[in-house]
Design a binder for this molecule. Structure first.
Ligand code: G4P
Length: 533
């Protein structure tokens, strides 16, 4: 197959949702269509179960699953589909944000009864900032939930999206009769049986076709006619370019559990979702069909087996073909590296591959060369635009609890930070180390992993920080900046890259500081100049 065709047939995307909306169930149904798994229940949920026997066991279990499900690849209708897994638990939101730098589009799953939930809002905001094309799937239509129009209003308001339904439910919950595909003008009847479900697609000529009344009953047919008229009156016409530009978001309805509306979603998805997109590097925009290979690391996973300290770095191929046993340039280290056993990922297994194409994810065994955001190329000095860090929510001093093991602790902390488990800050005044995390669970993860993988023990001490802001000013020699550095010396730190960070202890003090020093900019994202790619 020609190189360009290989690119055109790839769809690399992420499914995002608030926990429990049905992401795992939907993923599983998609894999069933791809023949990648044979039965339901094969995909393990990567959820952290609350109240599990031991939090540490749970962390290990979760890590195990997240290696296995990091990338789920399958073939469907001659398309190569790569689903990049995103953890649902909010304490691992950073991980999800980073994964979103490697997807070409996303599907957002929303529970029809719960509507737009907190985690969805945050994740969609990141997608919007990056103009990632979004398809919305309203799930659990077999249950009573919100009215479709109310829900679409809610999505527009809370997620700031401009939506248009491509399918529409006929009834809901107990009264769910089916789904009408607006573009294809067919009705998918709901039987509640996930096997028979696929065979119940019936075409109608148009909405006035009496066959519709026969299929769903006159009342439901009449309601559908009125609702579709309303849809056509209120919502914009579907336009693929607007979808690709992130300006219009198509909506599908269904029930993942009953495998209902999932095929429509999948068919719609492969039809409209983009193949690998060009990516901005600091130097230039790189097109996927360029001959030379380039890619970037968006995730690093430590080995579960403490005897083998190697890690797996996940690289998204941006351009060219990645080939096994070929030397590639690690741009940050200015060093050539060869990979003898690059992994590709399939439904639940990984295999060594000889070549990978744009859109694919390769897993590279790493002994400590990679950090998240690193670029690999065939020789060119390219730097893919950074993967942003967000202000952590929790901050603690980290202290060494065993003076004999300070080296191990330093190494462990360093490597865990490279993996992106948390962020490390060094206070300017006294050099003390502070760890910042998105969720409290990460502190346990760090302590546990330091002990089990590095033989180091640590203790924490609370630190009252409301937000960490990356500080930026046009003139570092201005009197204002010097005054800021002097007055706020106690609250200043550096992140791992040496950027200056201000620890605001309350929203009020942040506001006062911003007012007092108008020429200084306070950013809540580390890559403040490159968040919108
Ligand atoms: P998540 O990955 O987004 O966190 O959600 P997951 O798929 O695990 O689904 C959460 C719960 O919602 C599961 O039930 C699942 O069976 C159910 N669910 C998913 N899709 C549908 C749907 O279309 N209709 C209905 N009625 N339920 C749905 P659970 O009881 O928490 O787990 P389980 O014991 O069934 O696995």
């Amino acid at each position: 197959m020609k190189f360009k065709d290989q690119i055109a047939r790839r769809r690399t995307f992420g499914i995002i949702s608030h926990p429990d909306a049905g992401k795992t169930t939907l993923t599983e149904k998609l894999l069933l269509y791809g023949g990648a798994i044979q039965e339901a229940g094969a995909v393990k949920s990567n959820k952290i179960k609350k109240g599990a026997a031991s939090d540490f066991m749970e962390i290990e279990r979760q890590r195990g699953i997240s290696v296995a499900t990091s990338v789920l690849a399958f073939e469907y209708d001659n398309k190569k589909i790569n689903i990049l897994d995103t953890p649902g638990h909010k304490d691992f939101a950073e991980d999800t944000f980073r994964t979103l730098t490697a997807v070409d589009s996303v599907i957002v799953v929303i529970d029809v009864a719960k509507g737009v939930e907190e985690q969805t809002e945050k994740l969609v905001e990141v997608c919007r900032m990056r103009n990632i094309p979004i398809i919305v799937f309203i799930n659990k239509m077999d249950r009573e939930g919100k009215d479709a129009f109310d829900l679409m209003d809610e999505i527009e308001q809370k997620l700031h999206l401009r939506v248009t339904p491509l399918s529409f439910p006929i009834g809901m919950g107990y009264d769910l009769k089916g789904i009408y595909n607006i573009g294809k003008k067919n009705v998918n009847l709901f039987t509640g049986d996930s096997v028979k479900q696929r065979k119940n697609l019936i075409s109608i000529n148009n909405l006035t076709d009496p066959k519709l009344d026969e299929l769903v009953g006159s009342r439901a047919a009449e309601t559908l006619r009125e609702e579709i008229e309303l849809v056509e009156g209120i919502y914009p016409d579907y336009d693929r370019q607007e979808y690709l530009d992130g300006k219009l978001q198509p909506i599908f309805f269904g029930s993942a559990l009953h495998n209902f509306g999932v095929k429509e979603l999948l068919d719609g998805f492969i039809d409209i979702a983009p193949s690998p997109r060009p990516k901005k590097a600091e130097e230039r925009i790189v097109q996927p069909d360029e001959k030379e290979f380039s890619g970037f690391v968006f995730k690093i996973h430590a080995n579960m087996d403490p005897r083998h300290r190697d890690r797996l770095a996940f690289v998204k191929v941006v351009s060219g073909v990645f080939e096994r046993n070929t030397a590639y340039k690690h741009v940050r280290l200015d060093k050539n590296l060869k990979f003898s056993s690059p992994n590709a990922f399939f439904a639940e297994k990984k295999e060594i591959v000889d070549e990978s194409f744009p859109g694919d994810i390769v897993g590279l065994h790493d002994t400590g060369n990679f950090k998240i955001g690193d670029t690999l190329t065939a020789g060119e000095d390219l730097h893919y635009k950074g993967i942003p860090s967000f202000s952590p929510e929790h901050f603690r001093y980290i202290n060494n609890a065993d003076p004999m093991k300070s080296k191990q602790l330093a190494k462990g902390v360093d490597q865990l930070m490279d993996e992106g488990v948390a962020q490390l800050f060094t206070l300017e005044l006294n050099g003390r180390k502070v760890i910042g995390t998105v969720g409290a669970l990460q502190f346990e993860v760090i302590q546990y992993r330091l002990e089990h993988e590095y033989g180091a023990t640590c203790s924490y001490e609370n630190l009252n920080v409301h937000k960490a802001c990356w500080v930026d000013t046009a003139d570092k020699n201005s009197a204002e900046f010097k005054d800021f550095k002097r007055v706020k010396a106690k609250f200043l730190a550096h992140d791992k890259r040496g950027q200056l960070v201000f620890f605001a202890d309350s929203a009020f003090s942040l506001q006062m500081t911003q007012q007092k020093y108008p020429s200084i900019k306070f950013h809540f994202v580390s890559e403040f100049d490159s968040i919108a790619e």
